[in-house]
Design a protein around this ligand. Structure first.
Ligand SMILES: O=C(O)CCC(=O)C(=O)O
Ligand SMILES: [Fe+2]
Length: 323
């Protein structure tokens, strides 16, 4: 899904846009177009994320869960992070609805402030040369109809003045108050930190906009300047926000609730059972050949999941290869 030059673009500039293969996106699109339309959703929910975490992975809607665990996305995350061992840390499907212009509310999500996402995903600070996380937005609608393309600012090399660490010139960092709304945030910076205000004005001037159609994917970094932009009033945009970390990343937190939490009813178990080893690995079920595995450990997970379709033969073969 990603060429070498696209991988380079992500590493150097912070973002790259591509298209999911049709056969991967089709079942999710069909499900969404029948079950997740304007008249079927709570139109009063205007914030990020699904209400009550309803569409956080695992949703037990196969078309959605299969998309989150599809191999092309995992392979892209592996390539971008430069490691075979990646973990899913976020997967949430959420609606954004266009609202008619009104007085801005400080925490409104409609016309977001420029920000980076690392702040509520890690207890540390990102380092540009060694990215730990790749985030993605999968779009299910057409910008021509809905508007609301994500805005982002490509990094222009190591000397780019807006990409000089530490990245604290944003709400919620270094004791700056947290507001979501652009107008509220920029009037605060203008008054309280004019230098940061000037820098942030450059971000808006340099903003590029993701032009999406159904199954477009924006891969971005948690240290990319970006923001959500207003939709056409009354229109619905549906997206999946996804993120993976390197298995050895320090400080990076899990966004979703623990994936095992809804076990016991056969649904989580069936995801383990029907997935491929690569798909399981993003849930921290070690890959075949991983030093974690022993005969005993394999027999135990087999006892737990064989009734749900887990076949451990590939893990056993790789285990034998070690001796
Ligand atoms: O809605 C979008 O296009 C981006 C949202 C975003 O960046 C966020 O909520 O952190
Ligand atoms: Fe964001």
């Amino acid at each position: 899904m990603l060429s070498n030059s696209q991988i380079q673009t992500w590493k150097e500039q912070g973002a790259v846009i591509c298209q999911l293969p049709g056969h991967v996106a089709e079942p999710a699109l069909e499900w969404l177009n029948s079950n997740f339309t304007l008249d079927q959703i709570d139109s009063s929910h205007l914030d990020f994320g699904t209400p009550d975490k309803e569409f956080e992975f695992p949703t037990f809607i196969n078309a959605l869960d299969d998309l989150v665990l599809c191999e092309p996305l995992i392979v892209a995350a592996q390539k971008l992070l430069g490691t075979a061992d990646v973990r899913l840390i976020q997967a949430d499907l959420w609606p954004k609805i266009g609202v008619a212009e009104g007085l801005p509310e400080a925490q409104a999500n409609t016309d977001q402030r420029m920000h980076m996402d690392y702040g509520n995903n890690t207890v540390l600070h990102p380092q540009w040369d060694t990215p730990d996380v790749v985030a993605a937005i999968v779009y299910y609608d057409d910008i021509e109809e809905t508007g609301g393309g994500t805005g982002y600012v490509s990094r222009r090399g190591v000397d780019d003045p807006v990409y000089q660490a530490p990245f604290v010139n944003m709400p919620g960092q270094a004791a700056n108050p947290f507001f979501n709304d652009r107008a509220t945030v920029e009037s605060w910076f203008k008054k309280n930190n004019p230098r940061a205000y000037e820098l942030r004005q450059q971000l808006y001037e340099r903003e590029e906009v993701v032009q999406f159609k159904p199954a477009t994917v924006l891969f971005y970094r948690h240290d990319l300047w970006h923001r959500g932009r207003p939709l056409v009033a009354g229109k619905l945009r549906r997206v999946h926000n996804l993120a993976w970390k390197r298995a050895d990343a320090r400080g990076v937190c899990h966004w979703n609730e623990g994936f095992a939490r809804k076990s016991y009813y056969g649904k989580v178990e069936s995801i383990i059972g029907r997935s491929t080893p690569l798909q399981r690995s993003v849930l921290d079920f070690p890959l075949p050949g991983d030093s974690y595995w022993s005969i005993e450990r394999l027999r135990n997970v087999e006892a737990r999941f064989a009734a749900h379709g887990l076949d451990v033969s590939e893990y056993l073969e790789k285990l034998d290869a070690k001796f």
